[in-house]
Design a protein around this ligand. Sequence first.
Ligand SMILES: N[C@@H](CCC(=O)N[C@@H](CS)C(=O)NCC(=O)O)C(=O)O
Length: 217
Amino acid sequence: MMLKLYYTPIACSMVPYINLVEAGAEFDVHVVDVLKREQNSPEYLELNPKHKVPTLVIDGSPLTENVAINLWIARNFPAARLLPSNPAEEFQAIAHLAWCASGIHPAVSLIGSPQRYCDVPGTEANVRMCGVKLLDEHFTLADSLLSGREWFFDHFTAVDSHFFWTFLRAIRLAPDGLDIARYPNCNAHLARMKARASVQKLLDFEKQALERVPVGR
Ligand SMILES: N[C@@H](CCC(=O)N[C@@H](CS)C(=O)NCC(=O)O)C(=O)O
């Protein structure tokens, strides 16, 4: 099986990178140069007409959207246990993946790219503030879900990778008003994630990718 991950430094393509490493999959990475707007090139739009990363090309067929990609990895590498095996918990995990993708990620985007959401000059700080309010709600909930536990479920799953990216990105963006100390369980989760071999491999790769495409932190 040939796998190629289309990836951009600092972006949510970190999530399938971690999961592919956790799965022990062999895969190539194509670093998409967003500074040159490569995601809008005709070649990339053929793969992903939504001009987003990640895209995972599986034996020549592109699959888009983190939720779908991470479910695909979980299903095709069952030994990695990237989803809980109990069916009720499996659906709960899918709900959490959808929450990361469609709840938390958009709030991070309000902070990272406020001008995309409101083009009235001078409103960036307000848009960021809306993002901070939303993130506070999401991270407070995540903090309670992680209370007294190492991972969102009984063992590491794809939910941990996805949540990790949202929290890391929010910390790196460091918007005014987001007090990260308010989420001690999320911080402990971040530290546990950073100790994993898969995340260390990702962060090493990230450094090299940032040299090629210096998009920021
Ligand atoms: N719903 C998508 C969101 C993907 C997404 O927003 N990717 C951003 C990076 S974090 C991107 O590629 N942005 C480039 C663009 O919008 O042109 C998913 O979860 O895979």
